[in-house]
Ligand binder design. Structure first.
Ligand code: ZN
Length: 192
């Protein structure tokens, strides 16, 4: 990502993800823009709100709908630091979001370019324009650091196209080391 400044909404989403990590939530942040204006934003808050559906995208969509006074977010773009899961992928379609921009792929739980690829199914009635990989390096680093502190030693985790193995150092801290890049499909992340 040299030479290409990060779009401001993605930079904001990354900073929301950092707030999530600081609060002990999996670091994911999301921003909804209408034109150049941010009309909704949120970070993961499932643990803090005791709401398993409080993914960053869902909460950001709710904020944007309230702000705009309408249930459909026509013409809006959703920026998120991690490829959306099945719930959020469906919600983005229901909200009629025009464009989805995400940072890191999520081969474990994603549903846009990974897993079920929901927008490709005939039962999908609204497919946003999709752009992935924007801010991927920073988002992957956030996730790697977050899970490194919590993951079971020796487990492999794939973030984007990198495969990491986590071990404990002498002080008991999680240390991630990239060991391979390629087509290995193994992904064993601890759900923190
Ligand atoms: Zn989700």
């Amino acid at each position: 990502m040299t030479g290409f400044p990060l779009p401001a909404p993605m930079a904001r989403a990354l900073s929301l993800a950092a707030e999530a990590a600081a609060a002990g939530e999996v670091p994911v942040g999301a921003v909804v823009t209408h034109g150049d204006e941010i009309v909704g934003e949120a970070r993961n808050s499932m643990r803090g709100t005791l709401d398993p559906t409080a993914h960053a995208e869902i909460v950001a969509i709710r904020h944007a709908a309230t702000r705009l006074g309408q249930s459909r977010l026509d013409g809006c773009t959703l920026w998120v630091t991690l490829e959306p899961c099945a719930m959020c992928t469906a919600a983005i379609g229901l909200a009629r979001i025009a464009k989805l921009v995400f940072a890191a792929d999520d081969p474990k739980g994603g549903a846009v370019v990974s897993g079920p690829r929901l927008y490709g199914l005939p039962t999908c009635h609204h497919r946003p324009e999709v752009l992935g990989g924007i801010g991927e390096t920073a988002a992957a680093a956030q996730l790697r650091d977050f899970f490194a502190a919590r993951i079971v030693p020796g487990v492999l985790i794939r973030i984007g196209n990198s495969l990491f193995q986590f071990v404990r150092d002498g002080a008991g801290h999680g240390v991630g080391s990239g060991i391979s890049i390629g087509t290995v499909g193994l992904l064993r992340g601890a759900d923190a």
